[in-house]
Design a protein around this ligand. Structure first.
Ligand code: FEO
Ligand code: CA
Ligand code: CA
Ligand code: CA
Length: 599
């Protein structure tokens, strides 16, 4: 099932697509269509989408902006599904015409708040293997925004570090922000990572924790602090508001009335996503990345055991509320003198070694001298610094393979590696000025999700082999792969192949971002093959690969992101003239969830 022309999703790799191409490109024999786009009404066709007059009250009834994590929870017959999608952030400069009055500016800010968060959307189709349509007004449809009440749970719930004048109990937060990637749990809920939450807050910037998280005393780009005082954490009573973001959030798509849950047991950092694996003992591990240059890879291990079967759903929904939190240290096995920063393999022929899951919290108790449990969980980066975790090149998705259990880590890039005053190459991050990123394969000791040690090796050093001599594709001949840069989100197909979506290729190798398949076994191991490319300015998110159903799903995030209202750089996906509003058509770019199927 590994090569082109074989398996249920056979394809010939597409050629890399020049970065200015405003088109979604799929292999010959495949078709695509958007399932749902920014501004599509979820509750009533009477809610019309017109960015020039859009109100927050209507915006929170429409699909949000900048789709990132995607999953489809399908029924057994494959005819009904719930689509769950994150809305990471907004781009006011291309969403709206420039505001001409203070009132208009505030309206746009509130529309932006309503366009953040998540959506749950019911889908239907006549039979499996065919494209879906979404159902306006389905009872399961749901929007979660920057103002939706969320429950805080776990050891730090109610902590003085989480209390505000509006929530003296420290247990209810309004909204979830910068929801980037995620993961779907074995019990059918969706985890959503609050990533770059710092950009929404103005703070005093005076504490080490503020500085470590990028919180500062400066006006924010979105200016929400001008319409809601809690986004200005200098306001008396709201000093802790930024502590209430940066969590993993669990949402139950099957229950529109269940509030999203912020899990303090999983730590607070710039969460990319989380992927859960059930171990032999029944304990579950959630693997997580903190997407910042020189930040860390984490693992949460549940105190309680997973129970199979729908009747145990409520029990399983508590698994991420109590347990242990670890951060990874990667130890290379080659002499440091052989790690030159060029990407040249050391004399043992591999960037590899062993590693330790360093305990931060074990069974709800801090393991870090000088930190209370609350402090470890709220200021997790500071605690991880203190125990000597390994600084990585922006860990994005960290995802266990569904059958082998090996964990794949997408380190998207780190142009600062080896720069003046910054850490240089290490065996697990072996390239200076790592513009293209790499993928690490991690094997838990004894194949046990609760293990505290592991082995690891670098699977891919990404890049365009035509212009970069430091690429590595698990030993596969570089001249036979698709060029790939900036790996971000990961998925697996039913044959166990890894699929990688990218974010940042245009600025590095000059090609549109895309989706790539990589076999992990046999002679084809490391053979990167491009399946699709997204339009100009966009990154590829999701992805979901249902090869047994002949379907692939991706989110097209931020098409035309460098444009402006008057000079849009993408008209994806409708390709109608800018400003053409009405009949559900809108000429500007619309971030969308897209389906690809075999014609
Ligand atoms: Fe939102 Fe790490 O990407
Ligand atoms: Ca080695
Ligand atoms: Ca991402
Ligand atoms: Ca990214």
């Amino acid at each position: 099932h590994d090569g082109p022309g074989k398996g249920r999703l056979p394809f010939r790799p597409i050629a890399p697509v020049p970065a200015t191409t405003d088109a979604l490109t799929v292999p010959p024999g495949y078709r695509w269509s958007p399932i749902v786009r920014w501004g599509d009404p979820l509750f009533s066709t009477a809610d019309t989408f017109d960015p020039t007059t859009l109100t927050p009250e209507v915006a929170e009834r429409l699909l949000g902006y900048n789709c990132d994590y995607v999953d489809l929870l399908e029924d057994r017959r494959g005819r009904d599904a719930l689509l769950v999608v994150n809305h990471e952030y907004t781009n006011e400069g291309i969403m709206f015409p420039p505001a001409t009055t203070p009132q208009e500016l505030d309206r746009q800010r509130r529309v932006a708040m309503a366009s953040h968060g998540m959506s749950v959307v019911a889908l239907q189709r006549p039979r499996s293997g065919r494209p879906w349509t979404y159902r306006v007004g389905a009872p399961q449809n749901r929007r979660i925004t920057a103002t939706t009440p969320c429950v805080v749970d776990g050891p730090a719930a109610g902590s003085p570090l989480l209390r505000t004048v509006a929530d003296p109990a420290g247990t209810t937060v309004l909204g979830t922000l910068n929801n980037c990637a995620g993961g779907t749990t074995p019990w059918g809920t969706v985890l959503s990572g609050e990533e770059n939450f710092h950009q929404y807050f103005r703070t005093t910037g005076a504490t080490p924790a503020d500085r470590r998280y990028g919180l500062a005393d400066r006006e924010t780009t979105r200016g929400w602090e001008h319409v809601d005082a809690r986004f200005d954490a200098r306001t008396p009573g709201y000093e802790n508001e930024p502590h209430r973001f940066g969590w993993m959030v669990e949402v139950d798509p099957s229950d529109p009335s269940a509030p999203p849950v912020k899990h303090t047991a999983m730590g607070r950092f710039k969460h990319e996503g989380a992927h859960v694996r059930v171990g032999r003992s029944g304990h579950v591990a959630a693997y997580m990345g903190d997407d910042e240059r020189f930040d860390y890879v984490y693992k949460f291990v549940s105190r309680d055991r997973y129970r199979r079967g729908d009747k145990h759903r409520q029990h399983n929904k508590g698994l991420l509320s109590a347990g242990s939190l670890y951060v990874a240290r990667f130890d290379g096995d080659s002499p440091t003198s052989e790690i030159t920063g060029t990407g040249a393999l050391p004399s043992d022929g591999a960037f590899d070694g062993t590693g330790v899951w360093l305990p931060l919290v074990v069974d709800g108790v801090s393991q870090v001298p000088g930190f209370t449990t609350d402090e470890v969980l709220v200021h997790t980066r500071l605690a991880a610094d203190a125990v000597g975790a390994t600084k990585m090149d922006r860990p994005e998705d960290v995802e266990p393979h569904p059958t082998t259990g090996r964990v794949y880590i997408a380190c998207t890039n780190n142009s600062d590696r080896g720069a003046a005053g910054k850490e240089g190459a290490t065996e697990s991050n072996p390239r200076h000025a790592n513009r293209d990123g790499h993928v690490i394969e991690l094997t838990e000791a004894g194949d046990d999700v609760t293990a505290t040690t592991f082995g690891w090796s670098i699977l891919l050093l990404c890049g365009d082999p035509a212009t970069n001599t430091t690429t590595y594709f698990a030993g596969f001949p570089p001249e036979k792969v698709s060029p790939i840069s900036c790996p971000d989100n990961l998925a697996f197909d039913s044959a166990g192949n890894l699929w990688i979506s990218t974010d940042g290729q245009p600025g590095v190798i000059g090609y549109c971002d895309g989706l790539f398949k990589v076999p992990l076994t046999g002679r084809e191991r490391g053979r990167v093959q491009q399946f699709l490319a997204v339009p100009a300015g966009a990154e590829t998110c999701g992805p979901v690969v249902r090869d047994d159903d002949g379907m692939v799903y991706v989110a097209v995030q931020h098409p035309g992101e460098d444009g402006s209202w008057d000079a849009q750089q993408s008209l994806f996906p409708d390709y109608v003239a800018p400003g053409a509003v009405g009949g559900g058509r809108w000429g500007g770019p619309r971030p969308s969830v897209v389906q690809v199927w075999k014609a």
